[in-house]
Write a protein that binds this ligand. Structure first.
Ligand SMILES: Cc1cc2nc3c(=O)[nH]c(=O)nc-3n(C[C@H](O)[C@H](O)[C@H](O)COP(=O)(O)OP(=O)(O)OC[C@H]3O[C@@H](n4cnc5c(N)ncnc54)[C@H](O)[C@@H]3O)c2cc1C
Length: 388
């Protein structure tokens, strides 16, 4: 029997996981990825809850555990280098399984286990598509037209597929009032911590020591402007943001500028849509419901939603029923995570000096058992919701 075919736009976490799970439901997939290959560097991701469970069911846990990072605690310092806070990860997630991996390691592991029913074409994208009722005709930039049963937009936060089916983005984007930047740099000799954060009102800079002796840097700062990511000089932008930071932050930034590594800058903006599919076109991952790094669950949910889609398609008698089941099961979980992200965004990086000191005081003195209970209960309730 011929397998139904999905064309998947984007070889990120959502696209690769969906292809693996669609194979389990008896489908073939063609993934088109506009980059020439899988990205070689990447920021650090924490995987817990549903996403972690999905990894286990994909048989990926041990492979990822071998490249994962053991991050026991995060030391927060102020602009003068004084310790503000010390957060132990185990206090937050307690007995729940957790893996800290780089995005590129996760994506590579997902690509390596793809079955023979999945083809990936790099340096390729979708130029156009038309839902013809009994199939979707997908025209690739290379000129070929592929007739598929389903087109999946797993093309990230700035999804082309989403804009084509739901129109202008301004109706579904919800900026959280922050920007972020990520880049890699060589670790200076005097850098001895595994994970250190420099914090001041309105700005946070974090550095993770990587296995290869480099550092993964991340800045997050408050800024309500739109389209800042199009700033022509990202280094100048970051220099302005870090003007009052610890001198090490500015030194590392100068070093990054000298090394010429790509510096990514974008806004922290959630995607909130009343539907994730239209006819034979479905959105997955950040394209559908970007949760942002504030939730810490975006990659996890990109993994989990591939599994949920596959199970829904196996249960349903038709594609439209399968997509409806997928939406109905995923929506309460995403709704809860988005509500939590909105709440956390309000206090994520306090802007004024007073709010900053109050937040640090509260975090320093809040019983760790409360924090642990809060996060563990939240993660457990998402798992329970998915099992209903
Ligand atoms: C700094 C940072 C920290 C984070 N921390 C965490 C964390 O701790 N835990 C967690 O679970 N999540 C975290 N996230 C969120 C997580 O990274 C994302 O939710 C997840 O990677 C989304 O995967 P995706 O496949 O939907 O999108 P993406 O990873 O953006 O992948 C989209 C893919 O589509 C390709 N593409 C885009 N447009 C096209 C096109 N037109 N044609 C063809 N290909 C295209 C892109 O090249 C890319 O390969 C973090 C995010 C950031 C930025």
């Amino acid at each position: 029997m011929t397998r139904p075919l999905a064309v998947i736009v984007g070889a990120g976490v959502a696209g690769l996981a969906a292809a693996w799970w669609l194979d389990k439901a008896g489908w073939s997939s063609l993934i088109v990825e506009r980059a020439e290959n899988l990205r070689e560097n990447g920021y650090m991701l924490g995987l817990s809850g549903l996403g972690h469970e999905t990894l286990r069911r994909m048989g990926l846990h041990d492979r990822l555990a071998s490249v994962a990072y053991t991050i026991d605690e995060n030391v927060y310092k102020d602009s003068r280098g004084r310790e503000l806070l010390r957060l132990r990860y185990r206090d937050f997630i307690r007995d729940l399984p957790y893996l800290a991996v780089r995005r590129n390691d996760l994506v590579r592991a997902l690509a390596e286990i793809l079955p023979s029913t999945v083809e990936i074409r790099f340096g390729e994208t979708v130029a156009n598509f038309e839902d013809e009722g009994d199939c979707v005709a997908v025209t690739l930039a290379g000129g070929e037209t592929v007739r598929a049963d389903l087109l999946i937009g797993a093309d990230g936060f700035r999804s082309f597929v989403r804009q084509r089916i739901f129109g202008a983005d301004d109706r579904c984007l919800q900026p959280l009032g922050y920007y972020f930047s990520v880049y890699d740099i060589g670790a200076p000799k005097n850098f001895t911590s595994d994970f250190v954060s420099y914090a001041e009102p309105g700005h946070l800079a974090e550095y993770y020591a990587l296995h290869d002796g480099r550092l993964a840097a991340m800045h997050v700062w408050r800024d309500g402007r739109a389209n800042l990511e199009r700033a022509s000089d990202r280094v100048d932008l970051l220099r302005g943001v870090s003007a009052n930071s610890n001198p090490q932050v500015r030194e590392l930034l100068d070093q990054a500028a000298g090394e010429g590594e790509p510096i990514i800058v974008d806004s922290l903006t959630m995607v909130d849509l009343p539907a994730w599919s239209k006819g034979r076109v479905l959105l997955l991952g950040d394209a559908a419901h970007c949760l942002t790094l504030v939730s810490g669950q975006g990659a996890g949910m990109a993994l989990a939603s591939g599994e949920m889609l596959s199970r829904a398609l196996m249960e349903a008698g038709s594609l439209s029923d399968g997509l409806a089941i997928h939406d109905a099961r995923l929506r309460p979980i995403i709704g809860r995570l988005q509500a939590r992200s909105r709440k956390m965004a309000a206090v994520f990086i306090p802007e004024g000096a007073l709010a900053f000191h109050v937040r640090n005081f509260v975090m320093r003195h809040m019983p760790r058992a409360w924090l642990g209970r809060y996060f563990s209960n939240a993660i457990r309730s998402e798992i329970e919701l998915a099992q209903k």
